[in-house]
Design a protein around this ligand. Sequence first.
Ligand SMILES: [Zn+2]
Ligand SMILES: [Zn+2]
Length: 320
Amino acid sequence: MKLSIIAAVAKNGIIGKNGELPWHLGSDLRRFRKLTIGKTVITGRRTHESIIRRLGRPLDDRRTIVVTRQNNYESECEVAHSLEEAIQRARNDDEVFVIGGAELYKEALIVGDRLYLTEVDTTSPGDTFFPWENKVLWRETAREEYSSDENNEYATRFLTFERKVLALSSYINMENARQEDQRIVMEHIKETGICPFCPENRVSGEVLDPVWTGKHWVFVPNRWPYEFTRVHLMGIAERHVRFIHELTDDEWLEVRMFIDWAIKQYNIESGALGIRFGNPVTNGATVDHLHIHLVVADPDVTRPGYERVRFAMGPKPPQK
Ligand SMILES: [Zn+2]
Ligand SMILES: [Zn+2]
């Protein structure tokens, strides 16, 4: 059984206002109907009641399971007391839809497989938000754009996301996280179990925007530059490779092209390249995905606390 989540969300994250949808979008209602018809929908109590208010009945041609904590909730539909119970009841279906509201979405986003999201081109006032936190776990697989017209108050974008398949091994070594914010980002990555350097998993803010993009590498400013460097760039292989011998001639050639570019671009007279490959327990990396550091020391010895640049490697020494 596939657990799908379906939601319409404004640009500011709003999904509802006073228990109702804050817009009228004919195309979105049609999409909702087309996707859910003949299927089971799981709904929170308040969302269910707003549907009854709007239609005078439950959604037609669909099996509705209402999730509520109330023990004696009266409904013409099936009632479950948790999302898990609702899922259990529909376990023989091929696809089951969670249709809101916010509380149920939050739980479903943790266990769901697919997300149908209608992005509504407005910043609507409202009181209920779509609680989508771990976007990094989802991969966009389809996108359609629609402009507004007489049946659609706003332009919309129909997006489909699939949950990423999680990698089995842990790709990172926490020991090598040097700063608190890096540690927090890395903890998050460790929990989600995916490689943060693979292109589909890169999150802006964690991996900064490239200064140079090739076919086989991106070069980005290091998110946590080593102290007393003037330039600290990191080249990340587009493939998930771990060892030097995995690199092709084309990939090597591109490193050379980048270095030629960087030397001119940053006016580099001297510097060092450090390629972290292999086991991150011993190579000093936080991420188990081959990458190259281009490091240029800051020649200004008058900087407060000046020290030479250090390229840390080896396991962390035992705590004293
Ligand atoms: Zn990777
Ligand atoms: Zn590194």
